[in-house]
Design a binder for this molecule. Structure first.
Ligand code: C2E
Ligand code: MG
Ligand code: MG
Length: 504
């Protein structure tokens, strides 16, 4: 600009412009000048436009970078910070942690979320997650951060001012907020939450260790009843390590074929003739001793090992039972989780084919709780088993919900009355009335009934008189090895086995 002004002053002062003007007019150069001027204006406009476009591109790029940065650190569905951002927040909180400034980490795991997804679809699941995220945001105290760190897992970091009661109140409010129904498709869906709480203490530097502690407390809560919360304490970790050891030992034992079927006799009533055996899994571990099935079966169910375990039990039991007289049946237990596996019927058929055991002699026992989580899947699985010719018994009837809808909607072949009803049943009382009612229900639906846990002759006589079809219990024998079962069959001992047999 300065150079331009100087040129203009000199040009005006020296009369250069007048002379140039005259020269242009004399030589008829006006068109040329106009062309040059237009080109100049064009060049200036092009430069300005280019600069505007460049600025826009830079702004768009910066916005895209900011968005990418945000989505790398935030959960796309709920908008909450994700695991990465939460990890950074936790790390920086730990670096500031002192006697005056400490904090707590709350790990929140949703209960009953899977059934929402399975029964109502993923959109319903997403609605639940977004609602939970909004409610968490609304409950955050000053300085609190909520994040989504897994499918149905959230985590919260809150300042802790040595006021445990205030923290308990917050945790309870979170539990209650999550429990609030979420509107969905003219109806509503419901979930629950289990919360594990761990405290940071000055000197803690490992964010993973803190999250692990909250996780351990959360699992303890799940094991003890869900919809609740637990504060971490170090004994929990010890229990968790023991459980991890049991898990890995069980996995190895299943692979080595150390979990084996034992056989408990089942007799007909009133004859007391042996009609078959129930295969019951037994694990005699060198490290843990004889582990009760209730313990290792639930470990196998929680870890997904149950399919492998059941297939091995079934294969061994079918090949053992092939040598029994053809009138004897074999019963095996199938877990709830397996009913959700669409390959169940094919796996069972493959084992029957491989072992040459007739499907008509096999009975599958399922507990009523197996029908609760996904009735449709259970029904499909059971129908395909029945199509193979396998019979289905509803196990432990009376111990769970005893929902008559299950009996109406699925054609069972048999119900097994839970042993908790039958101890001293002959002495009458409420349990006797209920056991009798269960037998009446069975008879009215043309289902056979088996009574479990029969330990005395008096027990047995009462059941015979009520019209029960089969009985099973220590009175006839507890679960025994294959060799013992073979001897049992040969001796025709069922009618007279003494009650002490259960010591085996
Ligand atoms: P269940 O299928 O109801 O098996 C009957 C349980 O009652 C067995 O316990 C048996 O030993 C016990 N029992 C039998 N007679 C008497 C008696 O007269 N008195 C008393 N008090 N108890 C008696 P066990 O063997 O400890 O098995 C517990 C549960 O573990 C079984 O209950 C079954 O649900 C599960 N289970 C066992 N083996 C397997 C398996 O191979 N697969 C699956 N999925 N579950 C299994
Ligand atoms: Mg059973
Ligand atoms: Mg049972």
């Amino acid at each position: 600009m300065v150079v331009g002004a100087c040129v203009w002053f000199i040009g005006v002062g020296q009369g250069v412009f007048d002379r140039v003007g005259r020269y242009i007019i004399q030589h008829e150069l006006l068109n040329l000048v106009m062309l040059t001027a237009c080109l100049g204006v064009g060049a200036v406009v092009a430069t300005i436009r280019k600069s505007i476009l460049l600025r826009r591109a830079i702004a768009a790029r910066m916005a895209a970078e900011a968005l990418a940065e945000k989505s790398a650190r935030h959960d796309a569905l709920t908008g909450l910070p994700n695991r990465r951002l939460f990890g950074e927040t936790l790390e920086s909180a730990l670096s500031r942690c002192s006697a005056h400034e400490t904090f707590a980490v709350l790990l929140i795991d949703l209960d009953r979320f899977k059934p929402v997804n399975d029964l109502h679809g993923h959109a319903a699941g997403n609605a639940v997650l977004c609602a939970v995220a909004d409610r968490l945001r609304g409950l955050m105290p000053r300085g609190g951060v909520a994040a989504r760190v897994g499918g149905d897992e959230f985590v919260v970091l809150v300042p802790f001012f040595q006021d445990r009661d205030a923290l308990v109140t917050l945790v309870q409010r979170i539990n209650a907020a999550v429990r609030e129904p979420v509107p969905w498709n003219h109806g509503q869906v419901e979930v629950d939450s289990t919360i594990g709480v761990a405290f940071a203490t000055p000197g803690d530097h490992d964010p993973d260790a803190l999250l692990h502690a909250a996780d351990v407390a959360m699992y303890q809560g799940k094991r003890e009843g869900r919809g609740t919360f637990r504060f971490f304490h170090s004994e929990m970790d010890v229990a968790l390590r023991a459980r991890a050891r049991l898990e890995s030992d069980l996995r190895a034992a299943i692979n080595r074929g150390e979990v084996r079927p034992f056989y408990q006799p089942i007799v007909s009533l009133p004859e007391r003739d042996l009609v078959g055996f129930e295969a019951l899994a037994r694990w005699d571990s060198p490290e843990h001793g004889s582990v009760p099935p209730d313990v290792f079966i639930s470990v196998a169910e929680e870890t997904g090992m149950i399919c492998d375990l059941t297939c091995r039990i079934l294969r061994e039991a079918c090949s053992d039972a092939r040598g029994w007289p053809p009138n004897l049946q074999l019963s095996v237990n199938i877990s709830a989780t397996q009913l959700r596996d669409p390959r169940l019927a094919a796996a069972l058929l493959a084992i029957l084919t491989e072992t040459g055991f007739p499907s008509g002699r096999l009975e599958v026992e399922i507990a009523e709780t197996a029908l609760l989580s996904d009735l449709e899947a259970a029904r499909a699985a059971l129908t395909s088993l029945q199509n193979l010719g396998v019979k289905i018994a509803l196990d432990d009837f009376g111990a769970g919900y005893s929902n008559l809808r299950h009996l109406r909607e699925q054609r069972f072949n048999k119900i097994k009355i839970d042993k908790s009803y039958l101890a001293n049943v002959e002495q009458g009382g409420e349990r006797a009335k209920l056991a009798d009612a269960m037998m009446q229900i069975g008879a009215s639906l043309s289902l056979q009934t088996t009574a479990e846990g029969i330990e005395s002759d008096a027990n047995l006589d009462w059941l015979s008189n009520q019209g029960c079809d089969f009985a099973q219990g220590y009175l006839f024998g507890s679960a025994m090895s294959k060799d013992e079962a073979d001897k049992f069959i040969q001796s025709g001992k069922a009618a007279s086995s003494p009650p002490e047999a259960h010591a085996a």
